[in-house]
Design a protein around this ligand. Structure first.
Ligand code: CDM
Ligand code: ATP
Length: 290
């Protein structure tokens, strides 16, 4: 095999709770994540020369060892003493530093793709374990679908598909540093979301239950730093979203709606006011991604 194409879908957090700060500086989390139909595309080409090359035409995406896809390839190479190389072309669609795990998903897609290209024969669980060394969201991104993530995000328990609806994403003209948001979080001041309630709603296929139980403890932190995120939330609600939440550490906000007409109203209402707006579906349950 000389070339592999892989898709790297974005995620949203339907709920995100922080239990406490750990000794290692990370936070113990409970998150419900789901992949959405908004994806980067990666082309992995086998190189006979022993090197890792990143080709990205996006000025916000590094093309050296800072790129998470590079780090994924490097880790596999070291771990399994691979004597081949790869050129990784990243066609970026997921907004950068947006709370949508774009970089993490590129890393996960690189792990899945190189497993084929370099004929490593690793299982998904092995890839997820390696991914956790690159970033907390990478393990989830290896599997995709819908899951409860615990630990610092790398302990994954599969969930069924949430009920079908539209997800409208709106990203303001700012980027947010995840480390910065976690640093400013006061774990004693958080209003915990009902993770159990969200899991039950997903199991019961209850759209109302999913809407009711959306919650993210990082939202208040980012909202305080960037009031425009609160404005976008208000606008989405005014245009008729059934429920609205910030994803991850932000600043992207997503709204859920059932009806096509309402989706169009919100989409058109927010365009022009935000940097980027998308209307997508959730991908649902875990399936073979590539
Ligand atoms: C906000 C989320 O995206 C929600 O899905 C994740 O919790 C963050 O995942 P990520 O971007 O893959 O995070 P990493 O690259 O592992 O960590 C970035 C920084 O966020 C902080 N961090 C991250 C995850 C975690 N459970 N506790 C933390 O305190 C740490 O300061 C870390 O240095
Ligand atoms: N493949 C990549 N795509 C995008 N950004 C990357 C990539 N590799 C490294 N980066 C760096 O990582 C930073 C964060 O980007 P990313 O888009 O992954 O954030 P995010 O969506 O907020 O992630 P998360 O939701 O996992 O916290 C960027 O500012 C960029 O410099």
């Amino acid at each position: 095999m000389l070339k592999v194409m892989v898709k790297a879908p974005a995620k949203i957090n339907l709920s995100l709770d922080v239990l406490h700060k750990r000794e290692d500086g990370y936070h113990e989390v409970e998150m419900i994540m789901t992949t959405i139909d908004l994806a980067d595309r990666l082309e992995l080409t086998l190189l006979n020369k022993n090197e890792i090359k990143i080709i990205s035409h996006n000025r916000f995406v590094p093309d050296d060892q800072r790129n998470l896809a590079y780090q994924a390839a490097h880790l596999l190479k070291e771990r399994f003493q691979v004597q081949k190389g790869v050129a990784i072309t990243i066609e970026k669609t997921i907004p950068v530093a947006a709370g949508l795990a774009g970089g993490s998903s590129d890393a996960a897609a690189t792990l899945r793709g190189l497993n084929k290209l370099w004929e490593l024969g690793l299982s998904m669980d092995e890839l997820a374990e390696i991914g956790s060394e690159i970033g907390s969201d990478v393990s989830f991104c290896v599997y995709g679908g819908t899951a409860l993530a615990k630990g610092r995000g790398e302990v994954i328990k599969e969930l069924p598909a949430p009920p079908t609806c539209w997800v409208i994403l709106a990203k303001p003209f700012i980027g947010v540093s995840t480390a910065d948001v976690y640093r400013r979080l006061d774990v004693n001041q958080v209003h915990h979301p009902n993770t159990g309630g969200m899991i039950e709603a997903i199991h019961n296929g209850s759209y109302a239950g999913v809407c009711h139980n959306l919650g993210n403890v990082l939202e208040d932190v980012t909202l305080q730093m960037h009031p425009e995120v609160a404005q976008i939330k208000d606008q989405m609600k005014r245009f008729g979203a059934d429920a609205v939440l910030m994803s991850g550490s932000g600043p992207t906000v997503f709204g859920l709606v059932h009806h096509d007409s309402r989706m169009h109203r919100i989409y058109n209402g927010l365009r022009g006011f935000c940097d980027q707006v998308f209307a997508v579906r959730m991908l649902g349950e875990r399936h073979k991604l590539d």
